[in-house]
Design a protein around this ligand. Sequence first.
Ligand SMILES: Nc1nc2c(c(=O)[nH]1)N[C@H]1C(S)=C(S)[C@@H](COP(=O)(O)O)O[C@H]1N2
Ligand SMILES: [Mo]
Length: 384
Amino acid sequence: MPASRGLPVLRPPAFAGRLHDARTATALGRWLGVALAVCFLTGLVSHFLQQPPPWLLPHLPSRPSWGYRLTQGLHVAVGLAAIVLLFAKLWAVYPRLFVWPPLRSVRHALERLSVAVLVAAGVFEVLTGLLNIAEWYPWPFSFVPVHYAVAWVVAGSVLLHIAVKAPEIRAHWSRRSPGTLALPDEERDGPDRRALLLGVGAAVGAVTVTTVGQSFTPLGALDLLAPRHPGYGPQGLPVNRTARAAGVTAAAVRGWRLEVRGPEPYGLTLAELAELPQHRVRLPIACVEGWSMDADWTGVRIRDLLARAGAPPGSGLRVVSLEVAGAYRVMDMGREYADDPLTLLALRLNGEVLSADHGHPARIIAPNRPGVLQTKWVTRLEVV
Ligand SMILES: Nc1nc2c(c(=O)[nH]1)N[C@H]1C(S)=C(S)[C@@H](COP(=O)(O)O)O[C@H]1N2
Ligand SMILES: [Mo]
């Protein structure tokens, strides 16, 4: 900060070369834009599968059975890649923080404000997402609704940003675009843009390869950094909430009976349930936190249990858990799920009786369903 006429003058650092130019910003911005779009769309899928408005609930599709596993695996994998892309992009454009004069016009002020909103909301989304997969919540608000609401802020400010920058994006879209060709020769000084982009690509690759194995099991052996490892847990499957954490005690399970409410209500002991026709299905648990894994489940078809209660065709279902309190104690299921032959009240996992942590005596397993809705320790089914 050299003094001029006795007053300190903030002199912006000089940024020359290709690393901070519009072409670099455009090249990184393209990838970041794609990543944010994937996160937004897969996030919408997750939101509407988990918390559908009442008119949508009956129409949610139970197929493909691996649908949610794919979309949520992508959501988390692409979200992790977006952290690298977002910070690379911010680094490429940070010299613009020092433009002088800082505010040239009302229009310029509004543009800077919109970028500030975009940066704040974008950083908020990727970092809250990251902490959520680690199940660390160092904030006073609840993650799901806030992460969802701010996603709309990101989507809106990305669209606004693209609209405002459209001329520059067009001018620098590819190496042969007019704006890129017009760059003066001296901008070829300094580290090469190509090396930067390769470096960012390598960082994205490293993050992806060391985490994607949590859902893409062929790469499970390389899953070094993700919070969960698909094969680790009782009966070869991870557990998010243990029976102890859910307050489901051995005493509560001992006198267990399944209660089914409907036009013709009935109850079943575990032994009676085990005597009904059993079906074996292979379905994944696909946790909203990104980990997922296929398993073999054996149990009674939900649609058989509902039919026995006199449920009219096309009925939905409410499932209640033994769990005393918790966001996933009560779960609603639309008719597509309730009627799907793959949807079970499962008693066995990978050939063994369910362990306490996987939902003993009985749990829901359904296709194309977020993990949070695969209710464990089921005590009651209600025809809706
Ligand atoms: N009653 C009840 N069921 C529950 C939960 C819960 O907290 N309570 N957690 C859910 C979550 S978040 C997931 S990912 C799956 C995990 O099933 P698993 O522990 O058998 O792998 O169970 C679901 N079922
Ligand atoms: Mo989960």
